[in-house]
Design a protein around this ligand. Structure first.
Ligand SMILES: NC(=O)c1ccc[n+]([C@@H]2O[C@H](COP(=O)([O-])OP(=O)(O)OC[C@H]3O[C@@H](n4cnc5c(N)ncnc54)[C@H](O)[C@@H]3O)[C@@H](O)[C@H]2O)c1
Length: 317
């Protein structure tokens, strides 16, 4: 198969590329990290060359908002497009900028897939549910709380219009963690951030009430499996989680048990409380052949050697 992965130097895109490269011809599209900042001071583009050190395929550095980039995708003649490129920062509130990148470019990619007769698997997000009751289910109580979440819900609505004429699958990722997320910096998972605080001997910092803030944390290897399952799924939108809700306090407790530390947590007020998700848990759709293999303990176990390598080679380098 010939495969294009947009956002291919980012966390999820690069993991997918590395998993698929042995059997397929791959072209990655990414802007790559630069000094460009979002209004909130975070980096705009998070793709990093170190995510691709073991990648054997082709990389085109381009912006999915640009016709030139779409031409490159078309010329490659892909059978499948995994569309992961996005402004993925949930704390960036510039509606115009986020919707132009996440939504407008998506329509162009859909139309390109129609012309190419290519399958399209794209990244949606559990953020679309907002404070909908758990377990969150596709088509039920979606209530986005920020422009990022709204952009993903609009992508899903657009995708549904094309579901009868195209193989188009949207994957609503819950909180993803694992190898390849380090270069997301402040927007990397709390699993990585808390582990690095603990390894540095610092008091782990949590929001007040973290023992009652629950999320569905899903490991990157499960996310790769879900993308592969999407290739043979019926067109539609599916949740990608671990199907378990665990608290942020659980993360610290698991990490401290594994790292044999007993640091006191420091609790701070939650600055995002107004637009925060306090309980997420994916509903498992029987019609989608993906099943999670990693609970939080298993995922952290598998990830820990990489967390420790990053701490030695990147944090303390
Ligand atoms: N990581 C999570 O927990 C999570 C949860 C829900 C949804 N998602 C979605 O999954 C996808 C991948 O997320 P990720 O965690 O790998 O994020 P990421 O930021 O690491 O990856 C996105 C990549 O897209 C690139 N990019 C951004 N704008 C671009 C543009 N205009 N043109 C070309 N490339 C561009 C970035 O450089 C980056 O490499 C995103 O669509 C994100 O919204 C992620």
């Amino acid at each position: 198969m010939r495969i294009v992965i947009t956002g291919g130097a980012g966390f999820i895109g690069s993991a997918l590329a590395l998993a698929l490269q042995e059997k397929h011809e791959i072209l990655l599209i990414d802007t790559m990290q630069s000094s460009t900042l979002l209004d909130n001071g975070n980096l705009k583009y998070l793709g990093h060359f170190k995510n691709l050190l073991n990648f054997q395929g082709e990389l085109f550095v381009g912006n999915i908002n640009k016709t030139q980039t779409l031409k490159q995708i078309k010329a490659f003649k892909p059978d499948i497009i995994f569309h992961k490129a996005a402004i993925s920062d949930t704390t960036f509130y510039n509606q115009n900028a986020i919707l132009r990148t996440n939504l407008n470019s998506f329509k162009n990619i859909i139309q390109l897939c129609q012309k190419l007769k290519a399958k399209l698997i794209y990244a949606s997000s559990a953020s679309v549910y907002g404070d909908a009751p758990s377990p969150q289910q596709v088509g039920k109580d979606e209530n986005p709380k920020n422009p990022y979440a709204f952009s993903k819900l609009m992508m899903d609505k657009l995708a549904q219009k094309y579901a009868s004429e195209l193989h188009i699958v949207g994957l609503r990722y819950f909180n993803v963690y694992g190898k390849g997320e380090f270069f997301k910096g402040k927007t990397s998972s709390m699993i990585l951030q808390l582990a690095h605080q603990i390894l540095a001997g610092k008091n782990p910092i949590l929001f007040e009430g973290s023992d009652t803030i629950y999320r569905d944390f899903v490991y990157i290897k499960d996310v790769v499996s879900a993308n592969i399952a999407a290739l043979t799924a019926k067109s539609g939108i599916y949740n990608v989680g671990s199907f378990q809700a665990r608290s942020f306090q659980d993360i610290v407790d698991i990490l401290q048990a594994k790292l044999k530390t007993n640091l006191t947590c420091k609790y701070i007020p939650n600055p995002f409380a107004k637009a925060y998700q306090f309980h997420t848990q994916a509903f498992c759709d029987e019609n989608f052949a993906y099943r999670s293999q990693f609970g939080l303990e298993e995922g952290i176990d598998d990830y820990l050697p990489e967390i420790q390598r990053l701490f030695a080679k990147e944090v303390n380098a």
